[in-house]
Design a protein around this ligand. Structure first.
Ligand code: NBP
Length: 481
């Protein structure tokens, strides 16, 4: 019997996806660069599951039913191009290559178009949820050549997470749309994690609460509007004890790593001119944390406010929860706003409600809150910004006071809250009809003759002033600052 799908790359994600497919009744053939890993897999976790081992690409392709589907779960970047180059000469028109790694969406744009010319159908798909998700049901975000979707739909929608009997997997859009949405998902994950870390530092350092007390607070928060996988595991982490009975969390070095998808999201937001401040701050917060030795030296030289919190602790705990919830809303509003811009820029027709549903299960950012986002887009699919949906207008009103109180406490106590406070600055900027950019435009016109529009003249008319009396009357047309 021929296999329904071939998978290349038997590291943690590949192995678990294969086992997941096999459990759902699909016959899978596997290949890995290092043959010993294929052997170990077939004799270990895949034993007696009828999975076919292939030790060359020829062997892999000849074990597949037509049209052939080959999924790559390998290191993103050149390795993907390398496999595509090797596979294409062995394939025939209508065969499908899927890249399930964390590829940059522009690479997926390029690969989809190049393979279309060769009549090979390409899918670039985000797969979220790490090892556990891959094994038991990830969130899957496929995009690429839509002609490939019907052939792989049943496999993807069976192995994905299911919430309310709906698969956390729908077709996202053309070319790199799937990898783009996965990239934004990862950026949002950076933001959610940073927000939780800021709440943790305010609770532990600001209010002097123990790890167990913090664990209890997060467990409680997990019952309400913040209910999510990340809040749940945070509570578990805080309660976890090392062999000596002390909280393990307090012994973990405070330097964060990253693999680049948060940075990609920030770079794309800058390219598209969309404020994505919370994710940007979250990436920078990881960078700052990584400067450990320098921070230790700076801590000895630079004074910290000598103040401790003396107010009502429960009131501040509630304020920190409000700050976390309000900032999270800002982060998702910014992320969805970015996707809206990307859809226009790259000619994708993105379904924002479906995207929220796909993220409800399997992935790291799964949360109850995504249902509220779905509801907002169901009510108005053309919603300009999530913040303008009635539900979120109301949520911002409810949390405004607590959010400001928590940020002020951080400022007074010298505890950094880059995501809480930049989210607040974005919010205050977004809801301000008149910003000081009039002065900015005047400055640009003063030193570079960049011109400005006037409030008392129609939009689109540009004026230049000779501010000093000795400048010329010519406006700049190419020099831009
Ligand atoms: P890795 O990203 O660590 O990739 C390991 C696989 O790539 C192995 O099969 C390895 O073969 C192969 N490979 C490498 Br490395 N260099 C190669 C080369 N030059 N030629 C051929 N094969 C090569 O595995 P992973 O963590 O399972 O992730 C797979 C993909 O899924 C990545 O793109 C990752 O970003 C993405 N992803 C990972 C997670 C996660 O939680 N780990 C979550 C979501 C998405 P070998 O065995 O011979 O070394």
């Amino acid at each position: 019997m021929k296999a329904n799908i071939g998978l290349i790359g038997l590291a943690v994600m590949g192995q678990n996806l294969v086992l997941n497919m096999s459990d759902h009744g699909f016959k899978v053939a596997v290949h890995n660069r290092s043959p010993d890993k294929t052997e170990d897999f077939l004799n270990g976790p895949a034993k007696d599951k009828g999975i076919i081992g292939a030790y060359s690409l020829d062997e892999l392709l000849s074990s597949l039913e037509l049209p052939r589907v080959v999924m790559l779960m390998v290191k993103a970047g050149e390795v993907v191009d390398h496999y595509i180059e090797q596979l294409v000469p062995l394939m025939t028109a209508g065969d499908i290559i899927i890249d399930g790694g964390n590829s940059l969406f522009t690479d997926t744009n390029r690969r989809t178009k190049a393979l279309k010319e060769k009549n090979i159908l390409y899918i670039g798909t985000g797969v979220s949820g790490g090892e556990e998700g891959a094994r038991n049901g990830p969130s899957i975000m496929p995009g690429g050549n839509p002609d490939a979707w019907e052939r792989v739909r049943a496999i993807f929608q069976s192995i994905s997470a299911q919430v309310d009997n709906q698969p956390c997997c729908q077709w996202v859009g053309d070319n790199g749309a799937g990898h783009y949405v996965k990239m934004v998902h990862n950026g949002i994950e950076y933001g959610d994690m940073q927000l939780i870390c800021e709440a943790y530092q305010l609770l532990s350092e600001g209010l002097g609460l123990s790890a167990d007390e913090c664990a209890g607070i997060f467990a409680q928060w997990n019952q309400g509007e913040l209910s999510s996988y990340l809040i749940e595991i945070t509570s578990n982490i805080m309660a976890y004890k090392d062999t000596d009975g002390a909280p393990l969390l307090e012994k973990i070095l405070d330097t964060a790593g990253q693999k680049g998808t948060g940075k990609w999201t920030g770079i794309n937001a800058l390219d598209l001119g969309i404020p994505l401040t919370l994710i940007g701050e979250s990436v920078f917060a990881r960078c700052l944390s990584a400067m450990k030795d320098e921070r230790v030296r700076a801590a000895e030289r630079l004074p910290k406010p000598v103040k401790s919190y003396t107010g009502d602790k429960q009131a501040m705990i509630d304020a920190i929860r409000d700050a976390l919830y309000a900032s999270k809303i800002i982060s998702y509003a910014q992320g969805f706003r970015l996707m809206r811009e990307a859809a226009a820029e790259y000619q994708w027709s993105l379904n924002y409600g479906e995207i929220a549903l796909m993220w409800r299960g399997g992935c790291i950012i799964r949360s109850a809150f995504l249902n509220d986002i779905k509801a907002a887009y169901t009510e108005n699919p053309q919603l300009e910004n999530l913040l303008l949906a009635d539900f979120f207008v109301n949520a911002m009103q409810q949390t405004d006071g607590g959010w400001r109180k928590a940020v002020i406490a951080g400022i007074e106590l010298g505890i950094p809250t880059p995501a809480f406070s930049s989210a607040l600055a974005y919010y205050d900027g977004y809801r301000t009809a008149r910003l000081p950019a009039n002065l900015l435009q005047a400055q640009r016109d003063y030193f570079g003759a960049h011109t400005y529009e006037r409030t008392d003249q129609p939009r689109g008319q540009f004026f230049h002033t000779d501010w000093t009396g000795y400048g010329g009357k010519t406006a700049s047309s190419t020099y831009t600052v």
